[in-house]
Design a protein around this ligand. Structure first.
Ligand code: GLP
Length: 245
């Protein structure tokens, strides 16, 4: 794993955006795996700036997002569809037909998960997967579990995740209880992985995930086995592993 320490959120965002920009410049038809949450917002802002300056062209790129709440339609303002259009897609030139996310409005979970996995496979797999990490070490919506998950599946969100995500909804009761997410195996099949972490509240889980035992109780810990992972985090998030990086 390659560790890049940034002084703050802004620098983390710029460094991580550079990794994505390099990917797109070197392979204009890249298949990007994208993420939501507060962590990637600064990256998307930076990518939009570079695109507006004429330095970054997404016209040949395709994208797959990690996850989506089950039960939210694409036009719901807390859906991940909405988030991605608001923060990135509407401001760059990626063609609409090359954008895919799990469809939260599709209530037939088996059919939607099978469709999504088939679409990723048909595209040739993800070149660069961007990830954030939840407070309990979840990636996408792969929550701590007895085993590592495989393909796209429907999950019940943990209380910890519902609590963490309620800030985006009117109340915890409004947070959907389920989500569709790429599985851990899908994520591990990406050719490159870029994970970003910001803030002191994630310092303990950063140490556990990247320097602790590999266990499905800390889903991000499996990234230790991937051959091409870049971890970009700010000093606060790295504050409990200064002796290790
Ligand atoms: C959500 C998303 C994850 C994200 C996590 C952390 O649960 N499904 O993909 O990594 O939140 O979000 P944040 O970056 O806001 O801390």
């Amino acid at each position: 794993m390659k560790f890049i320490c940034a002084k703050d959120y802004q620098e983390m965002s710029r460094k991580a955006a550079s990794v994505i920009a390099a990917q797109v410049v070197l392979k204009p038809d890249s298949i990007l795996g994208l993420a939501t949450g507060s962590s990637p917002i600064g990256i998307y802002e930076q990518l939009v700036v570079w695109h507006r300056q004429g330095d970054l062209d997404f016209s040949q790129c395709s994208s797959f997002n990690l996850d989506e709440y089950r039960g939210l339609t694409a036009d719901h303002d807390q859906s991940y569809h909405y988030f991605m259009h608001q923060h990135l897609f509407d401001a760059i030139n990626i063609p609409a037909e090359r954008i895919d996310l799990p469809d939260g409005a599709q209530m037939d979970a088996a059919a939607e998960c099978a469709r999504y996995d088939a679409a990723i496979a048909a595209a040739g797999g993800v070149d660069l997967q961007l990830l954030g990490m939840g407070l309990n070490g979840h990636i996408g919506f792969n929550e701590p579990d007895e085993v590592f998950s495989k393909g796209t599946h429907c999950v019940d969100l943990t209380t910890s995740t519902i609590e963490a995500n309620k800030r985006f909804f009117a109340s915890a009761d409004d947070v959907p209880r389920q989500a569709y997410t790429m599985g851990v195996q899908t994520i591990m099949q990406a050719r490159k992985i870029l994970i970003i972490i910001s803030g002191e509240n994630k310092a303990d889980i950063v140490r556990e995930a990247f320097f602790g035992p590999i266990t499905p109780q800390v889903p991000a810990s499996i990234l230790q086995l991937h051959p091409d992972v870049t971890v970009v985090a700010d000093e606060a998030a790295f504050s409990k592993c200064r002796d290790l990086i």
